[in-house]
Design a protein around this ligand. Sequence first.
Ligand SMILES: [Ca+2]
Length: 436
Amino acid sequence: MGAAATAMLTSACGIPSFEERQAAIDATETEEPTENGSGVEADNSDRDQEQVSGPVLIDDEPTDDLDDPTWSELSLETVVIAQYDEPVSLKSRSGSADLWIAQRNGIVRRIQRTFNKDGIERISADTSVVLDISELVSLAGEQGLLDIEFSLDGRVLFVSYTDLEGALVVAEFDIARSSRANAGSQRELVRIPQPANNHNGGSLAIGADGFLYIGVGDGGGSGDPDGNGQNTDTLLGSILRIDPIATETSPYLIPDGNPFVDGGGAPEIFLYGVRNPWRFSFDAGTDDMWIADVGQNQFEEVNRLAASQDFGKGANLGWNQLEAFERFDGGTPPASTTYPVFAYSHANGRCSVTGGHVYRGALLPSLDGVYVFGDYCTGEVFGLAVGNETVLRPLSFEAPRDELVSIGTGPDGELYLVLAGGEIRRVQAAPAVIEE
Ligand SMILES: [Ca+2]
């Protein structure tokens, strides 16, 4: 793959240019590997402790004194189950064992999974097209088809993409019980003009409440020059929540519980102060919302918005006054900031967080309740447990060093890695080693 193609892929999820990334990697190549067991290096040389609130793991103190959770000993492997041109997302759908893949070029495909009478699984990468909106999609910079999602009943396919004018569009298509969407049924729900072609966000998730949550980046440009993250009058820099039911006057309804229904901001906004929330998800066990927000030049962050606290309804996640726990460019921490549960620096080539899922599958029981996420540039995958102690451990398998664009789950909760180079990999336990 040429450098130009790599730069395009690299930029698909809201991260520095190829040149910036290479410079960062070059600058850190001589560093000693970490010994702290967290897998994530410290960079707190200029931290102002007064700013810090909440758990901090950007720290150079060894974390080996923490009890190692059983899951950190898990021996995992990944198996390639399919390969596509620039996949960006993997989703599942109620009533179907299949996996549904979005490609950046605007094509949605299906990985078919069937089980014989003995329960043996057969996987076939269906080459037929579920939906092709390539003619509607722009592809410069970080643009493209960004995500897909199904309604709770599986009968509607939602898509988010940048249109030919560069705006972020969220639309729905009828798919009923079919494996092919009705291409003529597009109904546009939301269209948000974008000041620049990066930080489009576009992540989609249906909550247990059946509402559609939409991640919207700050609009791009370095440092959020227009202050969109802190401006509740713009949909940029926010996670929106809508009820995708059309009325005569609007393509969707505003859920009654949204924080700004009575004023103070756009009624679609559910929470704000995000930069580029590239992948957020709901914990299938607790309904907590987990948001991975891509940082500027220093820190990547993971946020947990507990279901018991209304999923962070109305929360301000701090951007662009804060980058993770730090003041950004002399910013002032907002009066009521919701801080991340975890953040890491760009040391050792790490560059951009890729949000994943709290594991609730059956294959890896010791991983139950652990948030699994990764870094786009290094392809590393981590487990994060937040409880009395916050524990981060790299998950131990030989993942290919390829850009990790998404982590998806099947209908059974099992994990799949989506690599920008094309591979879809299932995560599973490595076979036992039999001693002679
Ligand atoms: Ca933040």
